[in-house]
Design a protein around this ligand. Structure first.
Ligand SMILES: [Fe+2]
Ligand SMILES: [Fe+2]
Length: 262
């Protein structure tokens, strides 16, 4: 069973490239299920219902979110009802939305996904280690193929969580920094890991935003609108092969597709 996981989808360039390229990628790579973090889908911050529907129609089966989850508040009613999108699992219990998502992949395997936020250089959230333990207890008997999106700044946080989860989930894949890393590996017990899969969006940018605006504000301290950039759109993620019977990962490879290759 083959999972494609896409990192933070950023703004119109990211959404447009997903819509343009994903159906062919799914066919060519023989993907059974597509999971994506879409926290930056609408103008770089948050996700509105219209963009969510476009992403789902383009072939994304399950959607995780990060720290920007509620920036477009019109997503909140959808998050309460829709079964294919979840908020970070270590948010307060009162936070709207579900803690995990679950569906059958193309080959019939039940696959679950959820995200947790790290706590280094991020807003205070509940303990991600306790949160993953709680969600895994809820998933007992529901799915063996489980993908955890660790949405965090610090690589150490991501490695620690992977060691906490090794042998218990199929994959621990990093998001949030928008910069892909080259440390993909399989931990003992069959848990695929990478610190960050990178973003789906404009790479001629500062993490998806216009270079001139971010540079101006950083140098002068004068605020400016950090609009989403436009150039060099790419899809970035990871492809994980999982033994459907055991949920153990067999292989992980980085995925990157440039718009110019199409
Ligand atoms: Fe992001
Ligand atoms: Fe984030």
């Amino acid at each position: 069973m083959r999972i494609l996981f896409l990192g933070d989808i950023v703004g119109p360039p990211g959404v447009a490239l997903v819509r343009k390229a994903l159906p062919d990628v799914v066919t060519r790579e023989k993907i059974d299920i597509v999971i994506a973090n879409a926290e930056n889908g609408s103008n770089g911050t948050g996700l509105n219902p219209n963009t969510y529907k476009k992403l789902r129609q383009s072939g994304i089966d399950l959607v995780t979110m990060g720290d920007h989850v509620y920036k477009k508040q019109e997503i909140i009613p959808l998050m309460k009802e829709d079964e294919r999108i979840c908020r970070p699992a270590n948010f307060p219990a009162e936070a709207p939305g579900r803690e995990y998502v679950l569906t059958a992949a193309a080959d019939g395997t039940m696959v679950a996904a959820f995200s947790v936020l790290g706590r280094t250089f991020m807003r205070s959230v509940d303990c991600p280690f306790h949160a993953v333990d709680r969600v895994l207890a809820e998933l007992e008997g529901k799915a063996k193929c489980i993908l955890v999106d660790v949405h965090a700044e610090a690589t150490a946080d991501k490695y620690l969580l992977a060691h906490h989860l090794k042998g218990r989930v199929s994959a621990v894949l990093g998001t949030h920094t928008h910069v892909p890393t080259a440390d993909e590996q399989i931990f003992p017990g069959g848990t695929a890991f990478i610190s960050d899969v990178g973003m789906c969006g404009p790479y001629d940018s500062i993490l998806g935003r216009r270079v001139d605006r971010v540079l101006y504000t950083t140098v002068t301290f004068v605020p400016s609108a950090f609009d989403v950039a436009e150039g060099d759109a790419r899809l970035a993620g990871a492809i994980v092969d999982v033994d459907a019977a055991t949920g153990q990962a067999q292989a992980i490879r980085r995925f990157m597709l440039r718009e110019t290759e199409l």
